[in-house]
Design a protein around this ligand. Sequence first.
Ligand code: ACO
Length: 428
Amino acid sequence: MAKKAELHYDGKVYELPIIEGTENETAIDISKLRQDAGIITLDRGFKNTGSTESAITFLDGEKGILRYRGYSIEDLAENASFLEVAFLLIYGELPNSKELYNFQEEVSKHTLVHEDVRAILDGFPSKSHPMGVLSSLVSSLTAFYPKSLDPNRSAEEVNGTIIRSIAKLPTLAAWSFKNRMRQPVIYPDNSLGYCENFIRMMFSLPTVNYEVNPVITSALNKLLILHADHEQNCSAATVRIVGSSHASLYASISAGIAALWGPLHGGANQAVIEMFEQIKENGGDVNKYVEKAKDKSDPFRLMGFGHRVYKNFDPRAKIIKKAADDVLAQLGVEDPILDIALKLEKVALKDQYFKDRGLYPNVDFYSGIIYRALGIPTDMFTVMFALGRLPGWIAQWKEMRENHEPIGRPRQIYVGENERKYVSINKR
Ligand code: ACO
């Protein structure tokens, strides 16, 4: 017999269907509750609300499990390439060698952006944050590909937009950095792999051809995989909800970049390094900052600590911590910030406040240390995250479209004034 939940309200009993996922997570389907009982549910920040049924990513915050399409993050980060993972997320299965070759070929054919994009880029002041530039440039692609405005085109045409997004984001991301540096942009080199091409566009100059170090590309490949999807987080939910109005993929990704930018989400990786630097400049007393984070009258939080879903550990943080050690050793970099990070983690993990609330280092606690070692400046960190998260956003958008999901439109409980009469200005 199908499971049901009962709701007793105002002298009546309402039966609510139970939905179970393949990993046994359980939801009460309240979609008819307003129609049947005249009430809605209220859940600020959607802390306990499922917005969709999805077959892309599974995570179990209590057990620290993260899987893309059933494959563990540990396995993928160790063995796969970023484009392989992108294919898996977007199309549902790991590619065979022919499929991967064709996908890589398609992506490398579309890395160039229209020359007029440079005119838009030139309009941004050099102090512009690269995330704002990136979000605007991605949105501007709708002007160069007006047919992409119609997401109801054939699957083949929609796929063209998907390929272009993956191909052009590294170019736009590197160019947003070049704008900040007021350096001439470097055009993509389609003979290179995804990560190498990006690093070359970041660090080459017309006068200096930057030799890409394989240690750097391999670390970048891992970081991008670790960030590639994370089910219904703030930016993925944004992409789905923007796309649910039948806005184009480029517009939805642009909105996702904006959502990712904030320091409580992807912007945490920049905020973490700024916090470490501040601690170092102030004498390195990590205890003082742990006390500050616990003080409810102080808005300071330990950046890179805590997660909406993970309450025991973030599996990505474990992989990144090890990768940070390896990269620093391989590149021969000694970063005093790493010492601060290790001390801070040690003190916070022993502290009852952090234990009671299940606060552990998240993916961004150590990612900035690797980015610094790779020579990537702090305000580009969140752009790196966006580059990694792109396949996830695309997969979430595609799934939402293919499942014909309705427009996202939450309800509210109105707590404002009751009806009142307009009073003319001279009587107020
Ligand atoms: N430092 C100090 N206290 C914290 C922290 C922190 N980093 N994170 C949570 N808390 C406390 C809260 O003050 C709250 O305490 P209370 O119960 O006494 O009121 C409790 O822990 C629960 O915190 P919430 O903010 O309610 O948890 P929520 O799930 O809404 O927030 C979030 C999760 C936003 C990630 C939060 O932990 C945070 O702000 N962390 C720092 C920013 C960060 O690292 N963000 C990156 C997240 S990972 C990502 O997006 C890729």
